[in-house]
Write a protein of this length. Structure first.
Length: 191
């Protein structure tokens, strides 16, 4: 299944780059392309295959999709409505801790908002940020947040992140360079 494919051209790009990524991965694991690969070429080819197979993963190493915020300062933040917010909580229960992720989707609010506008008030107890009260008709109550939930992670979407499609030309360029060098090395060993 091609989940998230928007049109035929997007599908063809994904199929083409995935096939090249699989071939590059195969060359790296077998330590052979035109000639036997040296140890540093194996590492480079594994990196190229990873970036072709999962450009989102490769881009996250340079430009993360979300910016993590200090939990002690989140009650002071003014959040922008065009950014998605992820709140990861730990909910203690008699069977052990339960972990949940709550998402404030883009455009849930029309203007800048705070966590109080979302419907929660926080307190700090033993170096943990805990949900103290919930507004009865707030979005937090509707999404399932409960009093006593411990906020363990808070992150905001990074809109300044480049498109993951920029990873493909960079990876293909590296493949052409190191593939050519390996081919050229093959020509020297052939003679």
């Amino acid at each position: 299944m091609l989940i998230g494919i928007e049109n035929i051209w997007h599908g063809l790009v994904v199929i083409f780059t995935s096939l090249i990524g699989i071939l590059v991965f195969t060359a790296a694991t077998q330590r052979w392309m035109f000639n036997k690969l040296r140890w540093f070429e194996i590492i480079i080819f594994l990196g190229i295959s990873l970036s072709l197979l999962s450009p989102e993963f490769a881009l996250n190493k340079i430009y993360p999709k979300y910016n993590y915020k200090d939990l002690n300062q989140i009650h002071l933040l003014e959040l922008e409505p065009n950014k998605e917010v992820h709140i990861r909580i730990t909910r203690p229960s008699e069977y052990g801790d339960r972990y949940k992720l709550f998402v404030i989707n883009q455009n849930s609010f029309e203007e800048k908002y705070t966590l109080e506008n979302y419907g929660i008030n926080l307190i700090e107890d033993q170096n943990r940020v805990i949900v103290d009260t919930i507004k009865w008709n707030g979005l937090a109550k509707k999404s399932g947040i409960e009093t006593g939930d411990i906020i363990s992670e808070f992150k905001i979407e990074n809109l300044n992140r480049p498109n993951k499609g920029l990873v493909y030309p960079f990876s293909l360029g590296l493949l052409l360079i190191f593939g050519y060098l390996n081919y050229k090395n093959y020509g020297f060993k052939k003679n």
